[in-house]
Every structure is written in structure tokens, then in C-alpha cells.
Design a binder for this molecule. Structure first.
Ligand code: NAD
Length: 467
């Protein structure tokens, strides 16, 4: 049936349009119920085999696109996906079993359970900052749940997109379709009907995705970003706090959705933190990070331009360390600045290697400051004071929270990962991926005899008489 909702898209030629449509149609045709457990496990095996086969190419592509060191790329991307696949494969059989619920007295005799079913064909749209993990981790979950999947890697990491497209077509061509390209291609993809859309990226495009999904009442998961704050106070070991914050901030040159965006603390604590952060950066990347093989690059000249424009608005007196840049290499040094709550870097998510230190009176003022902004994707508390930790936990809302270190909550296989409010909706990882990419069907089985339901049949006058 021709779909009248498929309109022309600016910047897309007829053959490209037809190829995208054919990819989506083929992926749809690949879906069928019930999608047995053995088939799902086989697909996870093939995903793992693809990753093993293309590992070296992916590492080279990550170095090309983002200047990622092989060790960091393994730790934050490839190794993470291997771990996710292994976790899904191990626990899928138990997660997939029908879940019996207790019988309900008014319905006796009967049995009831919830069945997890695949949704159909899922769309995964991924960004450039962790371009392997953010395609393959949701893909693994969607395949484990028995769906077929169309993936759209980011055009901002083109080398990775090409390796993934090639590998996925070779190893999983029967159940995964890949569309590469940018805005015109994604716009075309979004005109199609899917059974779920999983989008990771910024909130502006998140709105575009959600509008497109509304056309077919397609459910969405939106994995977005935001300004994730960190709180440090004098009860914390400041040397450890500085090391952990520097690591969480400057990994992938600050282009991490859950990176601590800025640090709040009492003024004297932030002053004490400054030399410790400088020392920590020195230990991580040496005296000149531009020649460190552990320090990444900014994705594009446009992204670097955004950061340097903001940096040029900062008073040089307020630059604690860093600020050096090299346009030809898309390099920006790990940078720490002093800022107020309304400084140039405090308007939007920074998404780069610049760390503002923002003094506040105490943790209550910091909680108010968090609550005055949109709900962040993550919140970090580095304090030994139980009342302070509890205060943040009870009185703020964020996608996730980690106490004592940034980023680590992401690595726990049994925790959901996702945002809330402006930082997103829905979650994934492990069993949460299975929930996201499945429909939980309620099933009730009531024997025809004895007909206990006759108690509720009309006429209701007779019902009343029966008491
Ligand atoms: P991006 O520019 O790669 O965009 C993401 C995807 O959206 C790409 O596939 C792109 O083709 C598509 N796209 C872009 N413009 C579009 C349009 N107008 N219409 C349709 N599709 C379009 O990545 P980005 O958005 O710059 O990513 C950075 C953001 O993502 C940050 O805000 C970051 O915090 C967030 N992020 C969130 C997570 C998470 O897991 N919550 C992870 C990584 C990044």
C-alpha cells in the first residue's frame, strides 16, 4: 500500500530516496512473530562476531573521526558493547519467560501472566560522540527483544558509520538495515512507520523525532543531554575528587553526554580544588596534552568554533588552566575556568573540554541551583557527609546519579540508563532494553467451566436479588 505520508525531501535525489525506502521495506519484511529465543541468541552471536571481525577497523575509524586512543575506545565503546551483548545473552532466557502473576480472587479459577513480545521494526538513530556504542548497544537490546532494526549512524563520525554499515550488512543483513547520511536521509527515514524509535542526541532534534513519531503513534525513547552538575565539598578527599572529575570531564575531550558539565562547591573548596585539578590533568595528559596519545579531538571545526567563541568571552583572569587551541587539529586543551551561574558556559550543555567551577554558599543553594535548571541527565555528589548526599538524592531529579565518582553508574549492567524531562524519556541497558523494545502483553486464561462469570451477567435486577 503506497504511504501518502512519504513526501519529497530537500537535498535527496530519487535513487537515494528509493534506496532508503527499500532498506526499510526489507527490514520490515524480515520481521515475524514469534521470533524464537534461539533466533535472538543467534543474532546476538552474529553481532558479537561482527564486532570481533571489524574491531581493528572500528578502532582506526574512531581515531580518524574523534582522535580516540585505542585504549579509551576499547574501554568506552567496543568493550562496553561486548559486555552488553554477553549480559543480554546470559539473562535473556530468564527475562523472556512468561511472568506469572498471583491469581485474583474475583477471577478464580484462572491463571494470568505477562508475556514479552517483540514490537516489530525499530529505528535507532545515533549521534557521533560514542558512535560505536550508541549504535550497537541499543541495537543489541532491540535484537534481543526479537525486533528487526533500522539503524542510522551519525554523519558526523563518517569513518565509523561506513565500517558499521558494511559490517552490519554482512553479518546481520536479514534483520538489520543501515541508512547512512545526514539530515535529508534521516528526514526521509522518519517519514516511514516504525514500531519504536530510539533516538540519542540533542533535544532540538529530539523534538523533530517525536513529532514524526506522533504521525503513526510510534512510541519513542529519547536519550538526550543537558548540564550535569557535580557537587564537591570540604568533607571529600579533594585530591581524589579532582582526579575523578578531571577523568570524567576530559575523557573523549569532554564530548560525553554524562560528563560533569560544571562543578559547584563552597568558594574555599573550589579554590583548593584548582591546583589539584591542574595536577590531575597533568597526570592524565602530561605537560602538553596536544601531544598526548590519550587525549581526543573535537568532532568538527564547527563544534570547535562554538567552544572557542564561548571561551573568548571568558575573562583571561578566570582561566585556571588550558584554553590553548589548534584549529587545524581540532584541538582544545583541557580547560578549567571560574564562572558564575550565568557565565558564557552556563547557558547550554558544554559538550567539550571546558570545566566551570561555580561557587555557591552551601549544598542547599546548590540544590536550588540544580532545580532552577532543566532536569539533567546525571548528577554527581562528592561528599562524605551523609546528610548532603541524601539531600541531593531526595530533593533533586535527574536521569541518573552517582555518588563519589562521575560516569560510573553507566557501567552497572543492572541499572537503567536514561534521562528525565529535558534530558530524555525512557531507558535502556540490560533488562531495561528488553522492556523498552518489547510489548508486555497481559494474558489471562479462564476455563469455560465452571462458568463463574454468570454471577455478573445482566439482568442486574437479578444480580441484586442474588446479593
Ligand atoms: P548528531 O549531530 O550526530 O545528531 C544525532 C542524530 O540526529 C544523527 O544521526 C543525525 O543524522 C540526526 N539529525 C541531526 N539533525 C537532524 C534533523 N534536523 N532531523 C532529523 N535528524 C537529524 O549528534 P548531537 O545531537 O550533536 O549529539 C550530541 C547531543 O547528544 C548532546 O546533547 C549529548 O548530551 C547528547 N547525547 C546523549 C546521550 C545519551 O545517552 N543520553 C549520549 C550521547 C549524546
Amino acid at each position: 500500500v503506497p504511504d501518502t505520508r512519504l513526501a519529497a525531501v530537500d537535498g535527496l535525489r530519487e535513487p537515494e530516496r528509493r534506496e532508503i525506502d527499500a532498506t526499510i521495506r526489507r527490514t520490515r519484511e524480515g520481521f515475524g512473530l514469534p521470533c524464537a529465543l534461539e533466533l535472538r541468541l543467534d543474532r546476538l552471536d552474529r553481532l558479537e562476531a561482527m564486532l570481533r571481525d571489524r574491531e581493528d577497523q572500528l578502532l582506526a575509524a574512531l581515531a580518524d573521526d574523534l582522535g580516540k586512543s585505542a585504549t579509551e575506545a576499547w574501554g568506552t565503546e567496543i568493550g562496553t558493547v561486548f559486555g552488553e551483548i554477553a549480559h543480554l545473552r546470559k539473562l535473556l532466557p530468564s527475562w523472556q519467560r512468561p511472568r506469572a502473576v498471583p491469581s485474583s480472587a474475583p477471577l478464580v479459577p484462572s491463571r494470568a501472566w505477562a508475556d514479552r513480545q517483540p514490537l516489530g521494526t525499530v529505528l535507532v538513530v545515533a549521534p557521533w560522540n560514542y558512535p560505536v556504542q550508541l549504535v550497537l548497544s541499543p541495537l543489541a537490546g532491540a535484537l534481543a527483544a526479537g525486533n528487526t532494526v533500522v539503524v542510522k549512524p551519525s554523519e558526523v563520525a563518517p569513518a565509523v558509520a561506513e565500517v558499521l554499515a558494511d559490517g552490519l550488512r554482512e553479518f546481520l543483513g536479514d534483520c538489520v538495515g543501515v541508512v547512512t547520511g545526514g539530515v535529508p536521509e534521516t528526514t526521509r527515514v522518519l517519514q516511514h512507520r516504525f514500531d519504536h524509535i530510539f533516538y540519542t542526541g540533542n533535544a532540538t532534534v529530539g523534538r523533530v523525532v517525536m513529532r514524526a513519531a506522533a504521525e503513526y503513534l510510534t512510541p519513542v525513547t529519547l536519550e538526550l543531554g543537558g548540564k550535569s552538575p557535580a557537587w564537591v565539598d570540604g568533607t571529600a578527599d579533594l585530591e581524589v575528587a579532582a582526579a575523578r572529575i578531571a577523568w570524567g570531564k576530559f575523557v573523549n575531550a569532554g564530548q560525553t553526554c554524562v560528563a560533569p558539565d560544571y562543578v559547584m562547591g563552597p568558594p574555599e573548596v573550589l579554590t583548593a580544588l584548582e591546583p589539584l585539578l591542574i595536577a590531575a590533568i597533568g597526570r592524565l595528559y602530561g605537560p602538553d596534552p596536544s601531544i598526548s596519545d590519550s587525549y581526543g579531538r573535537i568532532a568538527t571545526a564547527r563544534h570547535l568554533g562554538r567552544l572557542t567563541e564561548l571561551l573568548d568571552q571568558v575573562d583571561p583572569e578566570d582561566v585556571v588552566t588550558g584554553g590553548q587551541r589548534r584549529e587545524d587539529e581540532r584541538y582544545l586543551a583541557p580547560t578549567v575556568i571560574r564562572s558564575s551561574q550565568d557565565g558564557p558556559f552556563m547557558q547550554e550543555e558544554i559538550f567539550g573540554p571546558v570545566l566551570p567551577l561555580v561557587p555557591v554558599e552551601d549544598h542547599r543553594a546548590a540544590i536550588d541551583a540544580v532545580n532552577a535548571r532543566e532536569k539533567p541527565l546525571a548528577l554527581y555528589v562528592l561528599s562524605e557527609d551523609e546528610a548532603v548526599r541524601d539531600g541531593f538524592r531526595r530533593n533533586t531529579s535527574s536521569g541518573g546519579m552517582a555518588i563519589g565518582a562521575p560516569l560510573v553508574h553507566l557501567a552497572h549492567p543492572h541499572l537503567p540508563f536514561g534521562g528525565v524531562g529535558e534530558s530524555g524519556m525512557g531507558s535502556y541497558h540490560g533488562e531495561y532494553s528488553l522492556r523498552t523494545f518489547s510489548h508486555e502483553r497481559a494474558v489471562l486464561d479462564k476455563p469455560l467451566k465452571p462458568d463463574t462469570l454468570k454471577m455478573v451477567y445482566p439482568p442486574y435486577s437479578a444480580l441484586k436479588a442474588r446479593g
